[in-house]
Design a protein around this ligand. Structure first.
Ligand code: 2BA
Length: 108
């Protein structure tokens, strides 16, 4: 058995989870926050048989989009003391995926 940990953007989460559920995959959805942008994202835990990993990865590829985000970056202070900001472009997503071997699985 494998555990797939996938971090996706919130905007894609409903679509990805619905699609996985339609394929009868079981999913745990966790609200998470990216360490870099400090913005909300969604992390999915998906336990599957070894032979099913590629089906889940196909769904993540199909349903998770790359998007451009803008992150404020302080560039200095104006003469009146107000902070000045520039926005830098950051490409986010589609999905960041880890696939782990599961030593033991049990539901009691
Ligand atoms: P964040 O940490 O908020 O990162 C958002 C995007 O910012 C990243 O998109 C990447 O394009 C950029 N980024 C992140 N750290 C950076 C850095 N140190 N310098 C420059 N740019 C940086 P993605 O790579 O698509 O990642 C989306 C989200 O997936 C991340 O949100 C984080 O929550 C998660 N993630 C990505 N890689 C991870 C990893 N190795 N371990 C754990 N979580 C990860």
């Amino acid at each position: 058995m494998q555990l797939i940990i996938a971090t996706i953007q919130d905007q894609d989460a409903d679509r990805v989870v619905s699609n996985l559920n339609e394929q009868k995959f079981r999913v745990t959805r966790i609200g998470t926050t990216g360490g870099f942008l400090q913005q909300g994202n969604t992390t999915l835990l998906i336990g599957v048989e070894d032979t099913e990993v590629s089906l889940v990865l196909d769904t993540l590829r199909k349903e998770s989009q790359r998007r451009t985000r803008y992150m404020p970056m302080a560039t200095g202070a104006a003469p009146n003391g107000m902070a000045m900001y520039n926005y830098v472009e950051v490409e986010v997503g589609g999905a960041t995926v880890f696939v782990l071997d599961v030593d033991h699985f049990e539901q009691v």
